[in-house]
Design a protein around this ligand. Sequence first.
Ligand code: ACO
Length: 323
Amino acid sequence: TLRSVVRGIGSYLPEKRVTNDDLAKIVDTSDEWIVQRTGIRARHQAAEGEFTSHLATKAAERALAEAGLKGSDIDLIVLATSTPDNTFPATATTVQANIGMTGGAAFDVQAVCTGFVYGLSIADNFLRSGSAKHALVIGAETYSRILDWNDRTTCVLFGDGAGAVVLEATMGDGSIHDEGILAARLRSDGTHKSKLFVDGGVSSTGTIGKLRMDGKEVFKLAVGMVPQILHDTLDDVGLPFDAVDWFVPHQANSRIIHATAEKLGLAPEKVVLTVADHANTSSASIPLALDVAVKDGRIKKGDLVLLEAMGGGFTWGAALIRW
Ligand code: ACO
C-alpha cells in the first residue's frame, strides 16, 4: 500500500508583529476583550510588497531543506489560499518557479480555512495512486489585505503567514502502524455562505472585497459540525480518540478549540494551540501549528496526529497522520 509520508515541514511568519494594544490604537478594542473572547495576543502582518507567494516560497524552502530535497525533486504542488497574489495564474505556479521546479504540476485550492486539509487530501490521492512521488502541500495567506480595518469585530481575529509539508509516496504494509496519512475526510455545505464570505470578487463586483462574518453563527456551527467528521475519520481506521497523541486544529479561536476538544474527550495537554501568537491565519494555521509542535519536540516520529479545520463555504475536514 502506498502511503503519503511527511518528510519535511517548514513555516514562515512575516517580520512585523502586531499586538492587541497596537490594534487598540486603530479601532475601539482592548487587549482584555480580544484575549478573553479569542485567546489571541498578537498576529504577524506582511510588509508592503510582500505577497502570499513570498511567504509560501519561504515556508516551502524550509520544508524542502528539512526533507533534504530540491525543488526539482517535487512533482506536485497543492497550494491552499484564499488570498492569491493574482486572480491568475495560481500562486502555486509562482512558487513552482521560485523553487526551481521545472516538471510536474502546481495548482491552487480554495477551501478557505479548511484549505490545508483539502490540499493534504488531494495530494494524498495523487501520491497513493502513483500519479506523483513528492508533493509540496502549502497553506499561505495574507488576510491583512482583505480585512476591513474599520470593523473591530473581524480585523482583530486574523493574521498572515505560511506553512508547508513535503510528502513522499512510500510503501507501507497497509496497517494503522504505517507512517503517513492514514485517513482524511472532506465536507462542504454551500447553504451557509452568508455567514462568512468576502463581499467582492472578479465575477461579482470586479473588486477585491472585504471579509464579512457573523461570528456568533460561525462559532455555533464550528462547535456543532466538527466533532462528527473527527469521529468518522477515526472510525475509518478503527482507532479510538485516546490513541491520538496530538490534536492540531485550525487556529481560529481558543474557545472553539477548547469546546471541541472537551466534546471529544481529548485531554487539554494533547491540544496544540498557537492562536495566541499567530491569530487566525486561515489555510496556513495548521501547518504553522504543526511546525511549532515538531520543532519544540512535542510531535515525534511515530506519533498519531489528528488535524481538523472548518471555514468559509462552509468547508470542513479532518486528517489522521502517523508522523
Ligand atoms: N473589541 C471590543 N468589543 C468588541 C469587539 C472588539 N474587537 N468586537 C465586538 N465587540 C463588541 C460587540 O460590538 C458587542 O458589543 P454590544 O454587546 O455592545 O453589541 C460585544 O463586543 C459582544 O460581541 P459578540 O459578537 O456578541 O461577541 P462574542 O462573544 O460572540 O465574540 C467572536 C465574538 C470572538 C467573533 C466570536 O463570536 C467568535 O469567536 N466567533 C467565531 C469566529 C471565528 O472563529 N471565525 C473563524 C472561523 S472560520 C475561519 O477560520 C474562516
